[in-house]
Design a protein around this ligand. Structure first.
Ligand SMILES: *Cc1c(COP(=O)(O)O)cnc(C)c1O
Length: 427
């Protein structure tokens, strides 16, 4: 469910025509829908409230890396959403967007000492520690500041899952988290340190997971570990269940059953008396955004291949090149006529700059607008300037209002960002 739909034959974001946005903000441009973000958050919140007892009023911490635009974060913050962060930059973004520190979780495989210090000073809710060496460094940083660091141990439950090998994180061979036996020992070590306060366990086994079974298996591992640690006299108050639930991309994809997911988690945690946390990224943001682009030209080749060349490229939306990801492509003002197969490409000098092959689409011409759907998560955040293309801007729509929430830089700004080495004089 999302709020991008045609009105009078033209695709709109809520009540705003994408033709208007393209005319005023230019293309390519990301467009986010406030109503969609809110709706997804509220569906998850309602499911959690319905199972508040086993889940202990769970924190919903949006995975900032999925879509870190400050206005998007502020929209979620206003709903009471927290943040799952993986860098000092993301913590700063969450704070700047108005997310209180006690709703910010700091995750990630490689946090520097400076980042750990920053997180402690900011007073984040908890730091999810992913290795023994990191635990030792955290203890040292906390000792240096005379504080006690609140932490969870991220467990690698040896349950890999996800829509693609590159987004699976919970397998034994993946770089994330601590294997179960080691994690138990590490927890005890943390509990014995005067500088550390272990409060719980965390897992995140992958992304774009459609099947609840691997998630359930991972949550069960956390449950068993909780009981083991308690039997050894330790306190375990929080279980961070990670993110990973799939978002719909193709029209035929099923809408995720958020209720079933939360009910499953509640079932596994029943009777433990812990406070749960969920860290959804894709689930909240994916179909709350589109990438709006204009057709530069259509190259019809003599071998029958028809290339739709867009002004958006892999540097603006990397998922197809990176993960062979599928994005729907919708004409903003569809023309009549039978569908034809197009290879949809961008102008970047890489064969990987191909969004889709043999995609059946209603006829399109130079100048037409198209929207990549499901582009709200892992879209703009991965954009870059490859081929010296200007960083793609972002727009937020709310009802009939809209605003540019990250402007496209000018070419002057792009060049000014690189001061010349002093020994290279301008001629
Ligand atoms: C990326 C990430 C998430 C969010 O994953 P989604 O698949 O977008 O829900 C949650 N937690 C951690 C630790 C992550 O790294």
């Amino acid at each position: 469910m999302h709020h991008f739909a045609p009105r009078d034959g033209v695709l709109h974001a809520e009540a705003v025509s994408l033709e208007t946005i393209a005319a005023e903000a230019g293309t390519p441009v990301y467009v986010y829908s406030t109503a969609t973000l809110r709706r997804h958050y509220r569906v998850l919140r309602a499911a959690c409230d319905a199972r508040a007892r086993p889940l202990g009023q769970p924190l919903i911490a949006f995975a900032v890396k999925a879509c870190s635009n400050l206005s998007v974060l502020a929209t979620l913050a206003a709903e009471g959403c927290g943040a799952d962060t993986v860098s000092e930059g993301e913590i700063r973004r969450a704070l700047a967007a108005g997310i209180p520190a006690d709703r910010i979780i700091f995750s990630g495989v490689g946090k520097t000492d400076a980042e750990l210090a920053f997180a402690l000073d900011a007073g984040v809710r908890q730091i999810n520690v992913e290795s023994e060496v990191e635990l030792d460094r955290l203890a040292a940083v906390a000792a240096g500041r005379g504080v006690r660091a609140t932490l969870a141990i991220r467990v690698n439950p040896d349950v890999g899952a996800g829509g693609h090998a590159k987004i699976t994180t919970g397998g034994a061979g993946d770089k994330f988290g601590v294997p179960v036996q080691e994690a138990l020992a590490l927890y005890a070590r943390a509990a014995a340190s005067p500088h550390l306060r272990p409060v719980g366990l965390a897992c995140h086994i992958g992304s774009q997971i459609r099947d609840l079974a691997p998630l359930k298996a991972a949550f069960q591992v956390l449950r068993d570990m909780t009981l083991t640690l308690r039997a050894r006299g330790m306190t375990v108050q929080r279980l961070d269940l990670g993110g990973g639930l799939a978002a719909p991309y193709a029209e035929t994809d099923e809408t995720p059953d958020v209720r079933a997911y939360v009910d499953m988690a509640a079932g596994v945690l029943e009777g433990l008396g812990v406070e749960a946390a969920f860290e959804p990224g894709r689930l909240l943001a994916a179909n709350a955004g589109v990438l709006l682009s204009r057709v530069i030209q259509v190259n019809a080749r003599s071998d029958g291949r028809r290339f739709l060349v867009l002004d958006a490229a892999m540097n603006d939306l990397m998922r197809p090149a990176l993960y062979d990801a599928f994005h729907g492509l919708v004409p903003v003002r569809p023309r009549g006529g039978a569908e034809q197969a197009y290879d949809v490409v961008g102008p970047v000098c890489e064969t990987g700059d191909t969004f889709a092959r043999d995609r059946p689409l209603a006829p399109l011409q130079a100048g037409d607008l198209v929207a990549f759907t499901g582009a709200g998560a892992y879209g703009a955040v991965m954009a870059g300037e490859y081929n010296s293309r200007l960083l793609v801007p972002e727009v937020l729509v709310d009802g009939d209002r809209w605003a540019v929430v990250r402007p496209r830089p000018t070419y002057e700004q792009m060049l000014a960002a690189e001061p010349r080495a002093p020994w290279l004089t301008t001629s």
